[in-house]
Design a protein around this ligand. Structure first.
Ligand code: GDD
Ligand code: MN
Length: 359
């Protein structure tokens, strides 16, 4: 038994039949600890609140009811305001998050973690009962976060709804989540130094229905966009696009000078023009787009330049391959094929710039 006081915050919406076994299993798990359970209910009409009030007679349960608001993430934030623990946990009410995993989460905190995530995507974890579609959507959503919010890359399952953290990580941080993914918001905006993951198996819902609808998928995209804006990642993306466009001007200009003024054949001078635009793109990106990731040493400057060349060369090959494939094999108009090629090469270049050149 440590000195920690643990607040488990649980958003509920129409979970009448789940909260009794839920609370029983949590108390069995945290039996030897000081803890409280905060159920944050958005005015469920199925009797959840009455059942919860009954539970509060026997267990350290508090029931917070929000009358005029709906939303998983904001319900969790509401719970944080009332949580008294120096350690705070968050989990779902529907038993898809096995309450026993709280023991492993707490252990990780006791071993020095500031934030511990119950993770489906590390060895030992998973969601064995999911169909292919849900798997693909989940992995797609995960990749979006990893690409566009680089600070989430250290965590394999930043979309988990099951986690525990030290309360100090909340200090002086403003959270503005949209939709479901409160952990994502906390990982990107919060100040958690030491983040670890513990595996868990995402179970089937034992009763009631999921509240996840198409609406939540759209909210998720909005949330990613909002986090990108707040973290300067949107600015970075726009700068990368701007630099790319400036490269077109450099390329055309050098091509014209070498061909018309110097008198070199266009298919030779084009090679110089391409390299010139790669170098000018590199310098602009190094000082502008990725200024915060530049290390400053001259040797690493050249190693980044080399990497950028490799990425761009591969990008050009991809663009060319797609142009030929879509035009000759699929039969799409060559200008449209080229545009698709440019778009895919752009994503390629951005991805590898973030993950490799300026990692
Ligand atoms: N207070 C409140 N208000 N609670 C809500 C609301 C709401 O508007 N919507 C959902 N909840 C509660 C549910 O009662 C449940 O306890 C928990 O939040 C999760 O809701 P589900 O509807 O069961 O979500 P899910 O199973 O589809 O999604 C879960 O798994 C995802 C991973 O795939 C959540 O944990 C997500 O956060 C997680 O990303
Ligand atoms: Mn669920």
């Amino acid at each position: 038994m440590g000195d920690n006081f643990i607040s488990i915050v649980i958003p509920t919406y129409n979970e009448r039949d789940n909260i009794v076994p839920l609370v029983e299993r949590i108390s069995r798990t945290l039996n030897n600890h000081n803890y409280e359970i905060l159920l944050v209910d958005d005015n469920s009409q199925d009797g959840t609140v009455d059942v919860a009030a009954k539970l509060a007679e026997k267990y350290p349960v508090k029931v917070l009811v929000r009358a005029n608001e709906r939303g998983l993430a904001t319900a969790v934030l509401h719970g944080f305001k009332y949580a008294r623990g120096n350690v705070v946990g968050v989990m779902d009410a529907d038993l898809q998050h096995p309450p026993e995993v709280n023991a492993a989460l707490l252990k990780a905190i006791e071993n020095g973690a500031d934030m511990v995530v119950a993770s489906r995507y590390i060895p030992g974890g998973g969601c064995p009962n999911w169909g292919l579609t849900r798997r693909i959507i989940s992995k797609g959503a995960l990749s979006l976060a990893h690409i566009f919010l680089p600070s989430t890359r250290q965590v394999k399952d930043p979309m988990s709804g099951y986690f525990m953290f030290r309360r100090d990580g909340l200090d002086q941080v403003e959270f503005k989540p949209i939709g479901y993914k409160i952990l994502l918001e906390m990982l990107v905006m919060g100040k958690f130094q030491h983040v670890v993951e513990v595996p868990f198996i995402f179970e089937d819902r034992s009763s009631g229905a999921s509240k996840m609808k198409a609406r939540q998928q759209i909210d998720y995209l909005k949330h990613i966009f909002s986090l990108m804006r707040r973290k300067g990642e949107l600015k970075r993306l726009l700068r990368f696009i701007g630099v790319g466009l400036s490269g077109v001007i450099v390329n055309e200009g050098i091509l014209w000078i070498l061909t018309d003024l110097v008198g070199i054949r266009y298919y030779i001078s084009s090679l110089g023009a391409i390299e010139a635009s790669i170098i000018s793109n590199f310098i602009l990106n190094d000082y502008f787009t990725f200024a915060d990731r530049r290390t400053g040493k001259i040797g690493s400057f050249f190693s980044r330049l080399l990497k950028f060349n490799v990425v761009c060369a591969a990008g050009a090959a991809i663009q060319y391959g797609i142009l030929v494939l879509l035009t000759s094999v699929v039969g799409i108009n060559y200008l449209i094929s080229n545009l698709i090629g440019i778009l895919i090469a752009f994503i390629w270049n951005y991805f590898f710039s973030l993950f490799w050149t300026w990692k």
